[in-house]
Design a protein around this ligand. Sequence first.
Ligand SMILES: [Zn+2]
Ligand SMILES: [Zn+2]
Length: 252
Amino acid sequence: MRALADLHNHSCLSPCASLEESPSLIARLARERGLDLVALTDHNSALNCPAFAEACRREGIAPLFGIEASSIEEVHVVCLFGSVDEALDFGESLRGRLLDLPYDPEKLGDQVVVDADEGVLDLVGYYLGAALSIGFDELCAEAADRGAIVVPAHVDRPMFSVSSQLGFLPPGPYDAVEAMRPLPPELSRGFPVVSGSDSHYPEHVARRPFAVELPEGALDPSAAGSLLETLREALRSGRARPFWDSAARSGP
Ligand SMILES: [Zn+2]
Ligand SMILES: [Zn+2]
């Protein structure tokens, strides 16, 4: 089956995202806009993943649970897990390594932990938009060791990317790289290329999904085997097409 996937979305927990963008709104918009598989990837935290899991269950859409982590060089990397607990554990391990920058919610935005009914559970009082005290290579290796799908984010963007911060894509344990447009070979280095919406506002959800060929039934909640591993296999065997590839739009 051909699935439409969007693995890069920020909720109201990310200081730079709209307060409207609750995990439940992302799940609803993802379903309404035809996505089959969607991930939540807030900056340096997975605290809204429990609500996202419940919201996706209600909408009948397949979820993955992630974090967009920020290395000390300020390179963003999307790390995706198959379970809420793995994502929360990874987030917990990053907590103590987040650089302690002054955080003024008035200027930088609120960081709201919610439940699946948009009830406020907590306001995070330290700045999640800061970098971690951990280098890009080490960050990717650690996420991979924990079993994550590791995807350097928006590698061709002029901010917070391997190209802007490092000047190149170092070798690493990546399952894919995420891009905004067709990539020069030195930035893809043979890794599969996916697109992602990097949504911060409701209107962004599903703006840049990618298509991926998955085994029939892979997205069913009762499917045997792990959706994360099925997706990893599909990525690594070249079965993903970013949104600009006409093959991503054509029918089966
Ligand atoms: Zn980013
Ligand atoms: Zn992002």
